[in-house]
Design a protein around this ligand. Structure first.
Ligand code: GTP
Ligand code: MG
Length: 173
């Protein structure tokens, strides 16, 4: 199944969004290459990675797009969201402000993306429990109210990263 010549049944575009430094690029590095770097550089423009996996006996190519959280490095918004069937809305559990900005990211998503897009809210850096500033319950409540999936992840420890992608990809499916 890891044979590169395998037949692809579906290609799903998924976008990562959220403030700068919440860990979007490292979540993607963990999912696509099982790698992690502590001195990750801020993303400039748009990057993407793919990974092919088997879901319900079909091969699904996940094409994950990653952009800059910093406004000045962001690419044209509408192009970024075009064709996306899934979105991961990421904040950092140790930085309250990154959670407080989630409604803005959600609004941008709802203004530019397809209305049936599958969205998961992700509280990243769950390994830094001693520095937590966003209670799990607050995020869970917000996600419920907005109809989003929700998981806390750690790209560093590889906790729930696979699950987060599978949640979105399976739901799209
Ligand atoms: P922009 O590209 O500027 O939007 O930032 P980003 O959201 O892509 O953040 P990035 O992945 O570059 O990570 C920012 C910093 O957080 C880096 O130093 C990462 O090593 C660190 N980081 C990312 N994920 C985790 C995690 O799960 N735990 C911990 N402790 N650090 C993390
Ligand atoms: Mg980045």
């Amino acid at each position: 199944y890891s044979d590169a010549s395998q037949k692809i049944d579906y290609v799903f575009k998924v976008v990562l969004i959220g403030d700068s430094a919440v860990g979007k690029s490292q979540i993607l590095a963990r999912f696509s290459r099982n790698e992690f770097s502590l001195d990750s550089k801020a993303t400039i423009g748009v990057e993407f990675q793919t990974r092919t996996l088997v879901i319900e006996h079909k091969s699904v190519k996940a094409q994950i797009w990653d952009t800059a959280g910093q406004e000045r490095y962001r690419a044209v918004t509408s192009a970024y969201y075009r064709g996306a069937v899934g979105a991961m809305l990421v904040y950092d559990i140790t930085k309250r402000q990154t959670f407080d900005h989630i409604p803005r990211w959600l609004e941008e998503l709802r203004n530019h993306a397809d209305k049936n897009i599958v969205i998961i809210l992700i509280g990243n850096k769950s390994d830094l429990e001693d520095q937590r500033s966003v209670p799990t319950e607050d995020a869970k409540e917000f996600a419920q109210k907005e109809g989003l999936f929700f998981l806390e992840t750690s790209a560093l420890e590889a906790t729930n990263v696979e699950d987060a992608f599978l949640t979105v990809l399976t739901e799209i499916f």
